[in-house]
Design a protein around this ligand. Structure first.
Ligand code: ATP
Length: 608
């Protein structure tokens, strides 16, 4: 049942195939980039050839006209090369940025599809790191990768053929060192990629710890735990520093050995050239040209070196991207899923069982780990059921199964007789409104936060919803009214205001089924009374599930269901449950009598 296997790695060839598929929408730009890149390679090859020709044929004392014409050509060639280089640098990088943006778009869209269980098990900072940092180097790889590879191979082959044409002995010298370089490059690639991956993991750790510390900064101050936070952060920072050191060590090892081999190439050309001249098999201009080609030979090798480095860091990030993309969202529409429409609102829980660890791991869990087991609950359309019970009894879990935030593992839930697993997620969730215990507001205006209930709502509808939720006056008293910025997570608002804004969202959404999770817990008694009336009005004709700890708020509910970790223990009206002297009665008295509260030790002591 879980969003499965985050650590599954994609094979190298498959990863490359997926990478290549991102070029498809930008193929014309990619072709133009490669075309200009090959012209640059051509210009680089032409320069030594022209030099050779000038040295051999055009330096004739008293007549330098043809030499200057040749120099004119060379200048023209370099002007053209500059223009191509501009195109490649600008549009090539832009192509990389397009590809990176496409990957980020896909990753974000995928994250939107992943279920609650994924977010339960992954820290926010880790996820953010995958979306931002891990894909940074992909731009460079996407742009330079194919280009470096293409130009390098072209110039390597071109210069080798020209040297071969001039002197096969010299070509042999060049050829001897190349396999060594290739082997070294291949070996280094593995360690570069591993160390780059380790850096990315540590960056994700640091981001997660930063996210947690910054969002908990107020708590740290309240507990004067700034020192402790600093120590925690220093630990993560140290790990990142060491991971980077490890990466730079692999990089230094790769570069220095390759530099050594390329220097050897220069020496070998001079030595072989000297021997060939001494043997009368080569002329001085030929040696100078061969030397120029040896340099031309070095340039693509440096490019390849660059490519290997970029490939290692870029692919390490891309593989982490693929890991998340490989997680299959398990709560999705079935092929034959139907749209939930014209909802009456009959809800039925039929022998429902659910375990969080089973949802997380996907493997069968033992019965004692089930939060809910054998739950049978029938809520006729248009009625209100209040769920009460000790903390941790599973009230929120029971409600979260209805919009399929988690999938039931045993039994089924139906709405108007239809199994919710056979309905499209969009239509199911559109018909359910939830006021969460933990109100979440987005950083932005109050208007936007209310409109989140229905993003296409008109301004008057937003105001109407705010009025119903008893928040309109509070908003009008603010300097910027509905355009007031609520700050991160609504930090500039009181708890009661935040809750009323979240209630206004539901008024706007106007769904036939309501889940009110502690909806009135943070309101003062006057506002609470008004809200209660508004909620009663809202609940009229709709199926409503209310979770409440303060039993005063559910006293008037038509039906109260008492839930603890053993399942549904009691059902009935307030007076009936109180009279029966069971769990509800004990809970009720524990809230209103300090003595009873002292007696209450936990769910087991509540057995009637
Ligand atoms: P409260 O009244 O305190 O909100 P509740 O009755 O709503 O509690 P739930 O929140 O449904 O209870 O939790 C039921 C059990 O499931 C608890 O033991 C809790 O620790 C566990 N639980 C809740 N959410 C998760 C989660 N996302 N992952 C794992 N376990 C969870």
């Amino acid at each position: 049942m879980a969003a499965k296997s985050p650590r599954k790695r994609t094979s190298g060839a498959k990863a490359l195939a997926v990478f290549a598929s991102y070029y498809r929408p930008h193929f014309p730009l990619f072709l133009a980039d490669m075309f200009c890149a090959s012209l640059i390679a051509g210009a680089d090859l032409a320069f030594p050839v022209m030099t050779k020709y000038a040295l051999e044929k055009l330096i004739t004392p008293g007549n330098l006209k043809r030499l200057f014409i040749m120099i004119g050509f060379m200048v023209l060639l370099y002007i053209l090369r500059t223009a191509f280089s501009f195109f490649v640098t600008y549009w090539g990088h832009t192509l990389g940025a397009y590809i990176e943006a496409d990957m980020r778009r896909d990753l974000f869209a995928h994250l939107q599809k992943l279920p609650f269980s994924f977010y339960d098990n992954h820290r926010t900072g880790h996820i953010m790191s995958r979306v931002t940092n891990d894909l940074f180097e992909v731009t460079e790889l996407a742009h330079h990768g194919p280009e470096d590879l293409f130009i390098s191979l072209l110039t390597l082959l071109g210069s080798f053929l020209i040297v071969l044409f001039m002197s096969w002995e010299m070509a042999l010298v060049l050829l001897c060192l190349v396999p060594l370089m290739i082997v070294h490059t291949l070996v280094s690639r593995v360690s570069l990629m591993n160390s780059s991956r380790s850096v990315k993991e540590k960056i994700a750790e640091i981001n997660a710890s930063l996210e947690s510390s910054i969002s908990g900064a107020r708590l740290a101050k309240a507990f004067t735990n700034e020192g402790y936070e600093n120590k925690k952060f220093r630990g993560g920072n140290e790990f990142l520093k060491n991971a980077k050191k490890g990466y730079y060590k692999s990089m230094a090892d790769f570069h220095s050995k390759l530099e050594f081999m390329t220097s050897l190439l220069n020496v070998a050309v001079i030595a072989a050239g000297a021997l060939l001249i001494a043997a009368g098999r080569m002329t001085l201009p030929e040696l100078i040209t061969a030397n120029l080609f040896a340099s031309a030979f070095l340039q693509p090798i440096r490019r390849l070196q660059n490519f290997v480095e970029q490939y290692s860091t870029g692919m390490a990030g891309f593989n982490r991207f693929l890991e998340i993309m490989a997680i299959k969202p398990d709560i999705i529409d079935r092929k034959d899923a139907v749209t939930l429409s014209n909802v009456k609102g009959d809800i039925e829980y039929r022998d429902v069982g659910f375990s969080y660890s089973e949802a997380r791991n996907g493997s069968r869990d033992s019965d004692e780990n089930f939060v809910l087991k054998g739950i049978r609950l029938s809520i006729p359309a248009g009625t209100t059921v209040a769920l009460v019970g000790p903390s941790g009894g599973g009230k929120s879990t029971l409600c979260h199964l209805l919009p399929r935030f988690y999938e039931v593992q045993e039994g089924s839930i139906t709405i108007d007789g239809a199994d919710i697993r056979n309905l499209t997620l969009e239509s199911l969730r559109r018909n359910i409104g939830i006021v969460q215990q933990d109100v979440f507001l987005f950083a932005g205006t109050i208007r936007d936060n209310i409109a989140y209930g229905r993003v296409d709502a008109a301004a008057e509808e937003i105001i109407e919803a705010a009025r119903k939720a008893e928040i309109h006056e509070d908003i009008m008293a603010m300097k910027d009214g509905y355009d007031s910025i609520v700050g991160e997570r609504g930090i500039t608002l009181s708890g009661g205001q935040k809750q009323r804004i979240s209630i206004a969202r539901i008024f706007l959404k106007n769904p036939p089924i309501l889940i009110l999770d502690e909806a009135t817990s943070a309101l003062d008694s006057v506002t609470e009374f008004k809200i209660q009336q508004a909620l009663t009005e809202l609940a009229r004709g709709r199926t409503t599930l209310i979770i409440a700890h303060r039993l005063s708020t559910v006293r008037n509910a038509g039906r109260i269901v008492v839930l603890d970790d053993k399942g549904i223990r009691e059902e009935g009206r307030h007076e009936e449950l109180l009279a029966s002297g069971g769990l509800y009665s004990t809970l009720y008295h524990s809230q209103f009598s300090p003595e009873a509260s002292r007696r209450w030790q936990g769910p087991d002591s509540l057995s009637p």
